[in-house]
Design a protein around this ligand. Structure first.
Ligand code: GLP
Length: 244
């Protein structure tokens, strides 16, 4: 990180000089996707500038999507995102989709439990006010890159123990004979709010995709009502169209 040393001759503000040095280091491959940046204190002392200046440069690069900050573990060069091409005509699970691409899937729990249903959950899942809804909310991660936030709601009678689903909701449903066979999926554009952007490790305000899936059993009964936010910079949804 000697390259981060500031040239005192240049008239540009120090934080801009530092920002450019870091950007150059990333572009020239001196630090690659996923690499940790030295601590604020180390950069400040090596470049002989204040920590406030370092913070300002780093914040700028986080906003621009060049760096990502992870709570408790530091600042990293943003992983290079290869876009995921996702078919719109097959009813698959996140785990299956990623496993097929050879990606390592992981989820972080955001919520799981039984709750009194909201009016839209009651309507979609056909619940009455004295029944409970099972909510399963997860950050879905593939190869260490967070790709989506998924909030699923099911009747508590099908999923009495939401914490017990393991790593795949569809695998858990399959075991009880409740795997959906049909779904209607609605995709709309949504700019990411601050909280979602932080979880997805992208700058707030970038484009996201809001995806709602209502899926059905062969009997026609609704089994799943899931609302998700996918990273707009990571997904291409593809459907084959035929002249019928
Ligand atoms: C997809 C769908 C969700 C579904 C999930 C199940 O991502 N958009 O509606 O709940 O797959 O995935 P898994 O079985 O990996 O938990």
């Amino acid at each position: 990180f000697a390259t981060l040393k500031q040239s005192s001759q240049s008239g540009a503000p120090l934080y801009l000089q530092l920002r450019k040095s870091i950007e150059d280091a990333v572009n020239r491959g001196l630090i690659g996707p996923g690499d940790a940046l030295p601590s604020e204190r180390d950069i400040a002392s090596k470049a002989d500038i204040s920590r406030v200046t370092v913070r300002k440069a780093v914040q700028d690069l986080v906003k621009g999507g060049i760096l990502v900050q992870r709570h408790g573990s530091g600042t990293f060069v943003a992983p290079r995102m290869e876009r995921v091409e996702q078919s719109l005509s097959r009813l698959t699970s996140f785990t299956e989709d990623m496993a097929r691409r050879g990606m390592v899937v992981r989820s972080a729990w955001l919520d799981r439990g039984l709750y009194a249903p909201s009016p839209d959950e009651m309507m979609v899942l056909g619940l009455s006010s004295n029944e409970l809804v099972a909510r399963v909310a997860r950050l879905r991660i593939a190869n260490d890159t967070p790709l989506a936030i998924e909030r699923a709601a099911l009747s508590a009678s099908v999923l009495p123990d939401p914490a017990g689903i393991g790593s795949s909701l569809y695998a858990a449903l399959e075991m009880t004979g409740n795997r959906p066979v049909r779904a209607v999926q609605r995709i709309s554009a949504a700019n990411l709010g601050d909280d979602d952007a932080r979880l997805l490790e992208v700058p707030p305000g970038i484009a996201g995709l809001h995806i709602e899936r209502i899926s059905y059993l062969a009997s026609g009964k609704v089994i799943e009502f899931t609302r998700s936010i996918y990273r707009g910079d990571a997904y291409d949804f593809v459907a084959e169209l035929r002249l019928s």
